[in-house]
Design a protein around this ligand. Structure first.
Ligand code: PMP
Length: 353
């Protein structure tokens, strides 16, 4: 830390993303990426590559990408704003909708970045404990007195709230924004996008990083009523109006147009999730029922941190959180069937030792 760093940032605890080790090739099941390459349409965009045009700034309105997204989801352009990854959109939402009188409200066990966005923006936050089975109790969120952030499905548990539970939370907080982070919604969950016309306080956030295999291109979006979106546009334009580069706008459009490939990949992940869950259960793991592209699992006979390290030694990388209530668990990305087999074989060998 230099002596020049602002006092307000001295105690900021940064977000630590999952490891991206370079020392050897791992079966990488730690950051919920897709095991599949992006749609073949992406390669066409890259080979045409529009390299000449990179000398020009990108379209700050993402006009063409917006039209395509609106066509897919039945939205209007004034309902959407894009971010450089959904993390950027979430960051904008903390800036726009929270302050010292409007704290951020989220679960004690959820996406770790929420706490960091709050701290970075000097926003107070309140954490609501999940129930003992790690589910969210909607009643705990009625009149929450702040801007609510709910990952649905939740991370790292994989558990999902129903539409009626989310409606109850929206109706129980008419004076506050409720952000539903749907990073993992495409793996069998029901999106709340159709509700944005009904609720002025609903903001949905989605990403192209998981179900659309574009984690490295950095693309996410928020959808909500025009007033909420205008607020986010204000933050975006005051931060970086060219936040989505030319290539990413073109790649995003290409993957949206290839719905068949999207369905094929997400169905495969859902199938592999069942396969991996069954395999883990037969090795004695308890696995929380997941609606995401990861599972959260623990073994009574093996410490969570030790299991993470033993798997890493065998070349299989999973995510372990050394945090209260969940240190016995590991979060394991659902990849290809071959990756699930490698994980199950490694876990079996470790448990037999
Ligand atoms: N929300 C949740 C719940 C996540 O797990 C992630 C991935 N780390 C994100 C948002 C952000 O994803 P991205 O910035 O790649 O869109």
């Amino acid at each position: 830390m230099s002596r020049y760093l602002s006092k307000r940032l001295e105690d900021l605890e940064e977000y630590v993303p999952g490891e991206q080790p370079r020392d050897k090739k791992y079966i990488k099941l730690n950051t919920n990426e897709s095991p599949f390459p992006p749609s073949p349409a992406v390669y066409e965009v890259l080979s045409r590559s529009a390299a000449d045009n990179l000398r020009l700034y990108s379209d700050p309105c993402c006009t063409s990408l917006t039209e395509t997204l609106c066509g897919v989801y039945g939205l209007k352009p004034e309902n959407v704003v894009f971010g450089n990854g959904s993390d950027e959109i979430l960051s904008f939402a903390f800036t726009a909708f929270c302050d010292s009188d409007t704290p951020a409200v989220f679960a004690d066990i959820t996406y770790g970045f929420y706490k960091v966005f709050a701290a970075l923006n000097c926003i107070p936050f309140r954490q609501i404990p999940l129930k003992s089975d790690f589910s969210i109790c909607p009643e705990d969120y009625i009149n929450a007195g702040g801007t609510i952030f709910i990952a649905n499905p939740n991370a790292p548990t994989g558990l999902i709230l129903t539409e009626s539970e989310i409606r109850r939370i929206l109706e129980g907080n008419p004076d506050n924004v409720v952000v539903i982070d749907e990073a993992y919604i495409d793996f069998g969950g029901q999106s709340m996008l159709p509700l944005i016309g009904e609720y002025k306080n609903l903001l949905i956030v989605q990403t192209f990083s998981k179900s659309r295999s574009l984690a490295g291109a950095r693309l996410g979006f928020a959808a909500g009523c025009p007033e909420l979106i205008a607020d986010l546009q204000k933050i975006r334009n005051s931060n970086n109006p060219y936040n989505i580069n030319r290539l990413t706008q073109a790649l995003g459009e290409a993957v949206l147009k290839d719905n068949e490939y999207f369905i094929k990949c997400t169905s495969e992940i859902i199938k592999n999730r069942t396969y991996m869950t069954d395999g883990l259960k037969s090795l004695g793991f308890s696995v929380i029922p997941s609606s995401a592209n990861f599972v959260f699992a623990k073994h009574e006979a093996y410490d969570g941190g030790m299991l993470y390290r033993a798997l890493k030694n065998k070349g299989v990388l999973v995510r372990h959180f050394d945090a209260p209530r969940i240190s016995q668990y590991n979060r394991i990305t659902v990849g290809s069937k071959a990756e699930a087999d490698a994980l199950l074989k490694a876990a079996d060998e470790i448990l037999r030792m």
